[in-house]
Design a protein around this ligand. Structure first.
Ligand code: SAM
Length: 443
């Protein structure tokens, strides 16, 4: 268990800046409205990550307790007389047995969480839930687990959280847990950008878990900016089911883009390459970090298109090679990288810091994110390494690259993928593997 004195060491300014996003008042009201569609009254209410206690104001209850680590958030707040905010970590000694857990917990990606805190809390939650928490989970998943643990058997959970939890592989352990309990779930997906006032890029939802439900039914709704809710058939928002997941086969498999330890320092523009006199094929190799500059109509990423859309356009298109014996020129470049820029999780775990584990060069390159129809896909004639959100398809066999590209380009991705942030949809690697499997079976 964490105690109040030790909490502060886990939550630095970077973490606080990431997670301190206020919920718009009309969204707070909507969350309460949805809560009252399920129950007539609430006795004890808990809010994990309470901020200035916005959710203490929207509803009716006998008693409200908010947990908030940052006391500065409540300096100028006045709360109803039956509400209090405790300045403690939401995972400290919380008594539990609440009737309702309502709120908007922090959204912080796993590699931005303090390692020690993450380990401690993941172990604590895994132990209490009796399942293994996926270490790739975003902070809000930890909070949702805590909501489940600290509410009673007939409780309601109403959380403003990213919609992605209904489909992300890292959340499948929790979906399965909830499914096994047969609780009923309603997920309201906002069409509007709820956090437009902040830098948060996510499609938001109000997620309701009703522990009195015993049929295990999950219902999905979209909500427009007037808060009209329309029921949809599946999590995709269309009548199509979410694309399934399949692990990779030895051939024709998708692999995520390389994460060398920070594109800022590992992926260079032509200008920087020339400034440091880095040699192509020795110090650097071609890479694709961003699919956007290359037009959709291009089928082949070859010397000409690479030069035109990436090199000449000033894109980061040269990846430094992970050699333990760098040339004089590469050494000069590596020495020029500031300690601050290479203070990333990946660099800290590499020795020397620039020696990342290389990925093979894929046959096809595609953007894992897309807005319409499906992803851009190119045949990788230049031999570029896929980096970051650009993923690759490797060891194409039994089908030509042209045929595979064509089949992928005509595949209907849009209605079968859950949107993660606004109109942006993202294909997970193993979803691409399942699509490739379907294409190969059909040909
Ligand atoms: C997204 S904000 C929401 C604030 C408020 N509930 C609202 O809706 O406006 C999340 C809050 O969680 C707090 N927080 C982050 N980690 C926490 C923890 N481990 N325990 C308690 N509060 C935490 C942050 O300081 C932040 O105020």
């Amino acid at each position: 268990m964490l105690d109040v004195i030790s909490d502060s060491q886990y939550f630095n300014d970077h973490y606080l800046a990431k997670c301190q996003v206020d919920t718009p008042i009309d969204i707070v009201e909507q969350a309460w409205k949805i809560a009252f569609q399920h129950r007539q009254q609430f006795l004890s209410v808990v809010d994990f990550g309470a901020g200035d206690g916005k959710f203490a104001h929207g509803g009716q209850y006998s008693n409200y307790v908010g947990y908030e680590i940052d006391s500065r958030r409540t300096k100028h707040t006045s709360l109803p007389s039956n509400a209090e905010i405790i300045h403690k970590c939401a995972f400290s000694d919380v008594k539990g047995n609440f009737d309702l857990c309502i709120g908007n917990p922090p959204y912080v990606r796993h590699h931005e969480l303090n390692d020690e805190w993450q380990n401690k809390i993941a172990n604590q939650l895994s132990h209490e839930l009796g399942i293994r928490l996926d270490r790739r989970s975003n902070a809000f998943i930890y909070f949702l687990c805590q909501a489940i643990l600290k509410t009673n058997d007939t409780a309601l959970i109403v959380q403003v959280i990213p919609y992605e939890w209904v489909s992300r592989p890292s959340c499948s352990f929790l979906r399965k847990y909830v499914e096994d309990k047969k609780w009923t779930v309603k997920v309201y997906r906002f069409e509007q950008d709820v956090f437009a006032h902040s830098k948060v890029l996510t499609t938001a939802s109000i997620t309701v878990i009703d522990k009195t439900g015993k049929n295990g039914i999950w219902e999905f709704y979209t909500i427009d900016n007037q808060f009209n809710a329309v029921r949809v058939q599946s999590a995709t928002g269309s009548n199509e089911k979410v694309l399934s997941y399949k692990s990779r086969s030895p051939f024709n498999y998708a692999q995520r883009g390389l994460s060398p330890g920070g594109q800022k320092i590992f992926c260079l523009t032509e200008e920087i390459r020339l400034a440091f006199k880095l040699k192509i094929g020795i110090d650097v190799v071609p890479c694709l970090t961003n699919i956007r500059p290359v037009p959709d109509k291009i089928a082949l990423l070859n010397t000409t298109s690479f030069q035109k859309y990436l090199v000449n356009a000033g894109e980061k298109c040269w990846l430094i090679t992970p050699t333990v014996t760098p040339s004089e020129e590469l050494k000069t470049y590596l020495d020029s990288v500031s300690a601050e820029d290479r203070d990333t999780y990946t660099c800290r775990n590499q020795s020397p810091w620039w020696c990342y584990r290389a990925h093979p060069v894929p046959d096809l390159l595609y953007g894992s994110g897309f807005t319409k129809h499906g992803p851009k896909i190119f045949i990788n004639e230049i031999g570029a390494v896929a980096v970051g959100a650009v993923h690759g398809i490797h060891k194409v066999k039994g089908i030509s690259k042209i045929q595979l590209r064509k089949a992928l380009r005509t595949f209907e991705f849009e209605s079968r993928i859950v949107s993660h942030s606004g109109v942006l949809k993202k294909i997970e690697v193993n979803q691409m593997n399942s699509v490739i499997g379907t294409i190969l079976n059909d040909t």
